[in-house]
Ligand binder design. Structure first.
Ligand SMILES: *Cc1c(COP(=O)(O)O)cnc(C)c1O
Length: 364
């Protein structure tokens, strides 16, 4: 089955006369004894429908978590108390904050490396079983692309547990389990649900002995720490997932064309577009350490939504250094763009006027 078809067909109730086309939202905390499901913190049929769809999409076994950070917390718990965790120096800022908390806690050593393949290959050589490799590609917000097959193969040879945050690429562009990753995590909040109306996360492991062992630990973390998803959120995410391929196709086409046009825009010093996907970043003309012009561009935008987050149907723009936890390797002048599914001409007209308005003071 093609992915587009799978997205529509997966996670449906069995077809029988009178059966519902959609999985029911089960609003119950408990179940009558001796059935397949016992208590809704442990399991829930509404979760299972979404997990079946996402698992199939990534080629593994999925678990839904209360948020992307819920999934990330569960995945980080796979590092033992004295483990070393290797990450690129650029990670999602929530992940970075959580790693700092681990560092000051249970003896975990965190080593950050330049977000490039060569640096990570060297770093992985120092790791062994029990240690953890954390990857994101492309990185957020600088859009660096890491050679995942190369780094993951080295990590697997050394018995290291590897995790890939696949939120930005989505399984339509990248399937890390097929490239050798042990665990994939998602902020389902973003592209997978796609309408900026839920906060949700997921983890996925391979359907192998090693994968199922890791999956059992992730499930136990979810059950005991209690960061579980509400059934309504999961229903909305599965509804959003139905249209992922058409949304993403349009968003990626818009992004490719906008990236090409921005290359020659006088108000743009640099375009950081990885060549695929619907995310990019631009360095606004002027001094890299001057937030002024970039802030004015955001303020002048009318159609583009000045907000954090990404992956919704609506286009979003944000100066990432607004957040104190964003590292100083990110220029003050950098704007991150999450390109949506609106008409290209409208997106370009608004972005062009906003860029011109924001940088008017820079012109002689
Ligand atoms: C948003 C995001 C997260 C965190 O997900 P939440 O659903 O907000 O908890 C993690 N990783 C990436 C790459 C993200 O964009």
């Amino acid at each position: 089955m093609h992915t587009d078809t799978f997205l529509v067909a997966a996670g449906r109730p069995a077809r029988s006369p009178g059966a519902s086309v959609n999985t029911a939202v089960e609003l119950t905390s408990t179940y009558a004894a001796d059935g397949p499901v016992n208590y809704a913190r442990v399991d829930n049929p509404t979760w299972n429908a979404f997990e079946e769809a996402l698992g199939g999409l990534e080629g593994g076994l999925a678990l839904v978590h209360a948020s992307g950070m819920g999934a990330i917390s569960a995945a980080l718990s796979l590092a033992g108390p004295d483990a070393t965790v290797v990450t690129p120096d650029q990670t999602y800022n929530g992940t970075g904050d959580l790693l700092r908390a681990h560092e000051s806690g249970a003896g975990t050593v965190v080593r950050r490396h330049a977000s490039d393949t060569a640096g990570l290959l060297v770093a992985v050589e120092t790791l062994g079983p029990g240690d953890l490799l954390w990857l994101e590609s492309p990185t957020n917000p600088l859009m660096d692309v890491i050679d995942l097959p190369a780094v993951l193969a080295r990590s697997r040879d050394r018995g290291v547990t590897s995790v890939v945050d696949n939120t930005m690429a989505t399984p339509l562009l990248c399937r890390p389990l097929q490239l050798g990753a042990d665990v994939v995590v998602h902020s389902v909040t973003k592209y997978l649900s796609g309408h900026s109306d839920v906060v949700l996360g997921a983890s996925v492991v391979a359907d192998t002995d090693r994968g199922r062992q890791l999956g059992d630990r992730l499930r136990r973390h979810r059950t005991l720490h209690g960061a579980i998803a509400g059934p309504m959120e999961v229903y909305l995410a599965l509804r959003g997932l139905r249209t992922l391929s058409v949304r993403f196709e349009r968003a990626c086409a818009n992004a490719a064309e906008l990236a090409a046009r921005l290359e020659t825009h006088p108000a743009v010093a640099r375009v950081r577009y990885p060549g695929s996907g619907a995310m990019m970043a631009i360095d606004v003309a002027g001094a890299p350490d001057d937030p002024g012009p970039a802030e004015r561009v955001c303020a002048a935008a009318r159609l583009w939504l000045h907000s954090t987050s990404l992956g919704g149907v609506e286009s979003q723009i944000e100066r990432r250094r607004r957040h104190p936890s964003e590292p100083d390797t990110v220029p003050q002048s950098l704007l991150r763009l999450s390109v949506g599914i609106e008409h290209l001409d409208d997106l370009w007209a608004d972005l062009d006027q906003a860029l011109n308005a924001g940088t008017v003071a820079l012109r002689p």
